[in-house]
Design a protein around this ligand. Structure first.
Ligand code: NOJ
Ligand code: CA
Length: 530
């Protein structure tokens, strides 16, 4: 790999959702020792970094995104020494560890909030966002992301507090310098322990407009969509001052060597660009969720890639990234179907920009229907029946055909997919056409061909049902052609691109002498000079 690129530019990130990765103590919930036991699998897959969703002490109202102690490990996941052992074991294998940092809100059980709510004159009162009732009730019309008012009344102190998410997740007041200092100290705590970076949660929620005016209605909202989206969140999201806070996080991270900050903000591309930094550097990688949000249509995806590349070109230090799924969104194999999921894998792993793989994507795991009595996600419980619940994409990793797919010897916290005896790592490892084999081959190819990992991107376009683009590095061209259709398509290939390096069907690596290649239904190929 050309040395001038950082690991987070040339590498691949793998997201572990710890509750569902591997249980080691039969309580039905994944844990740190479980992750450590599976590191060799991640090495075999070929990824570079493991982002672990929250593992800190938490009442688990939002499954760890409600943190009660930023400098500890929830006993459910293990201990600080288990964590140190995991970092050491990962580093020994050349893997980086990225933690989840949740700066917008704490748990309502966090000692800071317990103090803050104890009285109006408490020193930590201003660490959260407290307001008097307005005539008629709540301070404004803001709606929580998970449904209901974003304000909860505290009877003891006769004020409301603000929460962008659950009422068990009160928002911190980032305008208070002591809050900023305390949260930067959290980053320092983990950086000193050797973590290689952070995925920073819900960053566009960090600061609210000081006037707290009502948000206007969103004219694009339709019945059946999330209630929070009824309003255009102009005063509660994406406020300018957020960038000063991010710049402080970045300045701190930059005092360490080789660390990465990845920001989570689901925003349109133009707004997202500011998260790379305005006056001062911001995130290395503001997550780009647009492959999840866009319809799976070659014209739409080509336009998206060009729009994103065009926007990135407006700033020198903007490295791209792409994501097909995570613990908050319906799995890609369910959204677009298993055949196209292979095409999506090729897209993810041949585009310019750091790919993030969500656990289970690499074996084609699909959303799992959750019987009512097994529902866990508070969003589904608060706003039932709209398909907002996130349990289906959070079910346990399918390792093998044994009981509970080898995930746990106990009772799994969420049900397993009924297909796990067929769809699992063990079965796919020895099947040289499996999804796992495809991921491994694509990752290996990306590693072998710098044009794919760090090369420039040249023009995505859709020709009929075929999405095509080229990558270039150090005199070497690579061409990608992806058939989005369920029927064969002819693809006129560039002259000189005579060798198929890989097909999503994993059955042909051959020279193509003619001017055109016949792509089979749902087939993607990567071509280069023979
Ligand atoms: C985004 C996280 O990915 C999601 O799981 C969580 O519920 C919210 N942020 C609130 O922290
Ligand atoms: Ca466990």
């Amino acid at each position: 790999m050309p040395a001038k690129y950082r690991w987070w530019q040339s590498g691949i990130v793998y997201q572990v959702y710890p509750r569902s990765f591997q249980d080691s103590n039969r309580d039905g919930i994944g844990d740190l020792k479980g992750i450590a036991a599976r590191l060799d699998y991640l090495v075999e897959l070929g990824v570079d970094a493991v982002w672990v969703s929250p593992i800190f002490p938490s009442p688990m109202a939002d499954f760890g995104y409600d943190v009660a102690d930023y400098a500890g490990i929830d006993p459910m996941f293990g201990t600080l020494s288990d964590f140190d052992a995991l970092v050491a074991a990962a580093h020994a294998r050349g893997l980086k560890i990225i933690l989840d940092f949740v700066p917008n809100h704490t748990s309502d059980q966090h000692p800071w909030f317990v103090e803050s709510r104890s009285s109006r004159t408490n020193a930590k009162r201003d660490w959260y966002i407290w307001r008097d009732a307005k005539t008629g009730g709540v301070p404004n019309n803001w709606v929580s992301e998970f449904g209901g008012s974003a304000w909860t009344w505290d009877a003891a102190t006769q004020q409301y507090y603000y929460h962008a998410f659950l009422k068990a997740q009160p928002d911190l007041n980032w305008r208070n310098p002591d809050v900023r200092a305390a949260m930067l100290a959290v980053l320092r705590f983990w950086l000193d322990r050797g973590v290689d970076g952070f995925r920073v949660d819900a960053i566009h929620h960090l600061i609210e407009a000081e006037h707290l005016n009502d948000n206007p209605p969103n004219p694009d909202w339709r019945e059946g969509q999330s209630p929070a989206r009824r309003l255009a969140r102009v005063y509660s999201l994406d406020q300018a001052e957020t960038h000063d806070c991010i710049a402080e996080m970045r300045a701190l991270a930059d005092t360490y060597e080789n660390r990465v900050l990845i920001g989570e903000a689901s925003l349109p591309i133009e707004q997202l660009m500011a998260y790379y930094g305005k006056e001062a550097p911001g995130f290395h990688l503001p997550f780009n969720f647009h492959l999840i949000k866009s319809s799976w249509d070659p014209q739409v995806i080509a336009a998206l890639i060009e729009q994103y590349e065009g926007a990135l070109a407006g700033g020198a230090e903007r490295w791209p990234n792409w994501v097909l799924g995570n613990h908050d969104r319906s799995r890609v194999a369910s959204r677009i179907g298993p055949a196209q999921a292979r095409v999506a894998a090729m897209l993810l792993l041949t585009l310019r920009g750091t790919p993030t793989i969500y656990q289970g994507e690499e074996i084609g795991m699909a959303d799992v229907p959750i019987p009512t009595q097994c529902l866990r996600d508070p969003w589904e419980k608060n706003v039932p029946g709209l398909g907002l619940g996130r349990d289906p994409e959070r079910t346990p990793m399918q390792w093998d055909a044994s009981g509970n797919a080898g995930f746990t010897g106990g009772d799994p916290w969420l049900p397993l997919s009924s297909d796990y005896r067929a769809v699992n790592v063990e079965a796919q490892r020895t099947d040289d056409r499996s999804m796992l084999s495809l991921y491994r081959a694509l990752i290996a190819l990306r590693r072998r061909e710098p044009a794919l990992s760090v090369g420039v991107h040249v023009k995505a376009e859709a020709i009929g049902s075929v999405l095509t683009y080229r990558r270039f590095h150090a005199g070497r061209w690579v061409t990608v052609a992806l058939n989005f259709a369920d029927e064969p398509q002819m693809f006129s290939k560039p002259v000189d691109q005579d060798a198929i390096l890989i097909s999503t069907h994993l059955d042909r690596v051959e020279p193509e002498r003619g001017n055109a290649v016949r792509l089979r239904p749902n087939e993607g190929i990567v071509l280069a000079a023979a």
